[in-house]
Structures are given as structure tokens and as C-alpha cells.
Write a protein that binds this ligand. Structure first.
Ligand code: ZN
Length: 228
């Protein structure tokens, strides 16, 4: 488990964490019993054990991030979720009712979890390095077409398209329009966005946040400005 603290430019740092599900479940500060009753009720509906573990890990990691930012112990962090679509609680965008000034995001994929908490909107997405998003016709509708074309023209389209995908997901979760995915400040002038590869965990990660200072946060070396 590698902490990815950003520079404390705003006084409150943005903390992002990326880990394997196994790392989270073995973490001494974390335990499934930290989850709220409403979260555990939702877990009961997940039939695939591995997927259930991934969801648990991501929700626990969110608590750890919030703990690092607020100074509260993880069991004092009480996240909630509200759906921007239907307005109901218990699913949709996560937030911290006691800390409305903080943005909250989490992500899970096969055996991987990621979370980020910081001032203002944040969005994080993690995918296995081996995942290949597709099909192309769908990607062309959801991603900037020129970037899809550029990725396809490169020597290794699969990883390039995956990186575009996680960047779009991170921006979307932070509440920004997908817009142009090009450059480190894609989508909106105040939306900082970076993507990197965590080679040890075979993961591709993207983090978006208006106030996040992302340069020093990378556990697996500096973030490439674009491409792989
Ligand atoms: Zn809904």
C-alpha cells in the first residue's frame, strides 16, 4: 500500500491510495466491520466473492484516505453516497457529510482498489494493466476521437486506449466533462489530471482533481505527461 500525498498547496493535501484488494484486506488499520450497515446490505447482493472483496477494499481505502486527510481514525469516517441521477442515497457519488469541503472518489477493478480524498472535486479510476477497453465503436463515442485515432495509430493501441479510458473515468467521477483528454490539464482548465502505471500491482491509474497537486504523488516513478 503506497500513500500518494500531494503537496499541501491548499493547506489540506489530497491523498490518493492505490492497492491490491489483498493489501487492503490485510491492512492493520482496516477491517470490513468498519463498513456501515447500509454498505454491508449492499454487499449482500454481490454474488461473486472476488468482486465483493474488491468493493469492500475500495470502501475501506476511501476511509483510510479520509483518515489521512482529516486526522480522524478510519472508524470515525462516515462516507455517504447520493445518486445524481435519481437523487436517492446509498448509491452514486460518494461524499463525506461531515466534510462537505472535501472531494471523495473510489474505484475498484479485478483485485485492485483505489481511493482519493482532497479539497474540491476529485476522481480516481484504476484498471488492470491487461484490461482492453472496447469495442472501438463505443470508445469513439465516449472519448475524444482524435485521441482514439492517435492511440490506434501507435505501436501498442491496447494500453494507450486503456489509459485514455481511465483518464475519462477519473474526470467523469470528479464531475468534469470528458472534453479533450489531451495534456495534463484536460477537460477543464482547473481540472488537473494525471495517469500512471503502477507496475508492481499491474494497474493503470488516473487521478483528476481541481486542487490536487499531482507531481510528487507517484509511487512508481514520475507520471509521464502523456502516452504510456
Ligand atoms: Zn440512482
Amino acid at each position: 500500500m503506497t500513500p500518494l500525498p500531494s503537496a499541501p498547496e491548499q493547506g489540506v493535501p489530497t491523498v490518493a491510495l492505490v492497492a491490491t484488494t489483498a493489501e487492503v484486506l490485510a491492512h492493520p488499520e482496516l477491517d470490513e466491520r468498519l463498513l456501515a450497515p447500509w454498505e454491508r446490505r449492499r454487499l449482500a447482493g454481490i454474488r461473486v466473492p472476488g468482486r465483493r472483496d474488491d468493493v469492500v477494499a475500495a470502501r475501506l481505502l476511501l476511509r483510510l484516505c479520509a483518515s489521512r486527510v482529516t486526522g480522524l481514525p478510519p472508524d470515525a469516517v462516515e462516507p455517504a453516497q447520493r445518486c445524481p441521477g435519481c437523487g436517492r442515497d446509498g448509491h452514486g457519488r460518494p461524499y463525506l457529510p461531515d466534510h462537505p469541503e472535501l472531494g471523495v472518489s473510489y474505484s475498484h477493478a479485478d483485485g485492485l482498489a483505489a481511493a482519493a480524498v482532497g479539497p474540491g472535486p476529485v476522481g480516481i479510476d484504476v484498471e488492470p494493466l491487461t484490461r482492453r477497453p472496447g469495442p472501438l465503436a463505443v470508445l469513439r463515442r465516449m472519448l475524444p476521437e482524435d485521441e482514439v485515432d492517435a492511440a490506434c495509430a501507435g505501436p501498442d493501441p491496447g494500453p494507450a486506449l486503456l489509459r485514455l479510458w481511465v483518464r475519462r473515468e477519473a474526470l467523469f467521477k470528479a464531475g468534469f466533462e470528458a472534453g479533450s483528454g489531451a495534456g495534463p490539464d484536460a477537460g477543464r482548465d482547473d481540472a488537473r489530471l494525471t495517469a500512471w502505471t503502477d507496475h508492481r500491482r499491474a494497474a493503470v491509474v488516473a487521478l483528476a482533481g481541481a486542487d490536487a497537486v499531482l507531481a510528487p504523488l507517484l509511487s512508481s516513478g514520475p507520471a509521464p505527461p502523456s502516452g504510456r
